[in-house]
Design a protein around this ligand. Structure first.
Ligand code: NAD
Ligand code: LMR
Length: 354
């Protein structure tokens, strides 16, 4: 079977009409990611209830604002701990973009001290009020916040590994963009019409920080005529791995990627919703328990980003890593080494009582 990462137009699946719509909660909805993500989810045809939660009172204003967008979803704003349960009750999908973003010179791991506790507490609320929901964690450092969420759900007795995912889809989106730019530019110096822009699927595996972001350019589909030169592989890999830093530096202290992240999170949430609705072709990349298949399991890594198929129960299939080039194998070693520490750090945080 050919497994293409599913490019995700925000459109209703044919099987959706029988499902009656889904409830989506966004925790951190007043933030840089949360606001545009709220807008995009309001426009999603499968969403009938959108709950916008934040500790900042602005969440009510964001809810009032996006509620004027003409689509089926009812929108409610929730502020503060006392309203968190109501925001989550009955949610099918929960997105967490709550937490602080990077400033220039910081690594994602530098956010751990603040964001670990935020993700821990929000996940505990999910365990209580929406234990069956699909939980999509955006807050950084994803390589550690997802293991934190898993440990919290385990201690509450509601952990379902199929339903917890770290959102790494922005790396896939960047890979598609940068590859299309590179290949398009090489083949045709003229400005293309939008409909002629080449479109590529590039699996990005590993994790979501620096060398753990491992684009498998050799598995690009369709594979570009003439392939990639060694120089192109080096520069594309570097740009994909450092795309987040590129935005952090361009924003010069005012935050990290928000608009592209909202677009990526909405595309990934669309896959999750289409899977819930019973569609069978909803493939994407995410940081999941058991990711990477047997090869990664043999290395003792619990979490790894890889291609997954989303279905009614969440992650229903995890693809193996496929054939990798020697250069990609070198990258895999580096990714695994760093991931081991990030996963252990997240687990230790919960074990120590956070
Ligand atoms: P932001 O500061 O603009 O917004 C964060 C929001 O979270 C704020 O509205 C804040 O009030 C809210 N918040 C803080 N604590 C909360 C809590 N306990 N409950 C609910 N809401 C809470 O930040 P941003 O730019 O939106 O980024 C948010 C996070 O997403 C950061 O950690 C950032 O690093 C991460 N991020 C991840 C990716 C990815 O690819 N996974 C991409 C971009 C950013
Ligand atoms: C990104 O990749 O843009 C995010 O993880 C935000 C960041 O800190 O780079």
């Amino acid at each position: 079977m050919t497994r293409h990462l599913t490019r995700a137009p925000v459109a209703a699946s044919p099987s959706f009409s029988s499902s009656g719509g889904f409830a989506v909660a966004i925790l951190g909805a007043a933030g840089g990611i949360g606001q545009p993500l709220s807008l995009l989810m309001k426009r999603h045809p499968m969403v009938t209830s959108l709950r916008l939660f934040d500790v900042a009172p602005l969440a009510k204003g964001v809810a009032a604002d996006v509620s004027h967008v003409d689509s089926a979803a009812r929108v409610d704003g929730f502020v503060g701990d006392t309203q968190l349960g109501a925001a989550l009750h009955g949610a099918d999908v929960v997105l967490i973009p709550a937490g602080v973003p990077r400033k220039p010179g910081m690594t994602r791991d530098d956010l751990f001290n603040v964001n670990a506790g935020i993700v821990r507490d929000l996940t505990a609320a999910v365990a209580t009020h929406a234990p069956a929901a699909i939980l999509l964690v955006i807050s950084n450092p994803v390589n550690s916040t997802v293991p934190i969420a898993a440990e919290v759900l385990k201690t509450r007795g509601v952990y379902d590994p199929k339903k917890l995912m770290g959102v790494t889809h922005l790396d896939v989106m960047r890979a598609r963009t940068f590859v299309a730019d590179a290949v398009g530019g090489e083949e045709d110096g003229e400005r293309r019409r939008a409909s002629e822009r080449p479109s590529y699927d590039v699996p990005v595996v590993g994790g979501h920080a620096g060398v753990t972001i491992l684009p498998l350019l050799s598995q690009t589909k369709p594979f570009p005529r003439g392939g990639f030169s060694e120089k192109e592989i080096a520069s594309l890999t570097d740009r994909i791995q450092n795309g987040g830093t590129e935005v952090v530096e361009a924003k010069a202290g005012a935050g990290s990627a928000t608009l592209s992240m909202a677009a990526a999170a909405a595309e990934f949430a669309d896959l999750a919703l289409r899977g819930l609705a019973g569609e069978r072709g909803a493939w994407g990349c995410a940081y999941v328990d058991g990711g990477g298949g047997s090869e990664i399991k043999a290395r003792g890594l619990e979490f790894f980003a890889s291609k997954v198929r989303l279905g009614r129960r969440g992650v229903e299939q995890i693809a193996g890593l496929g054939r990798m080039t020697p250069g990609e194998r070198v990258g895999l070693e580096k990714a695994c080494e760093e991931l081991r520490g990030s996963i252990a750090k997240g687990k230790a945080f919960v074990a120590a009582g956070g």
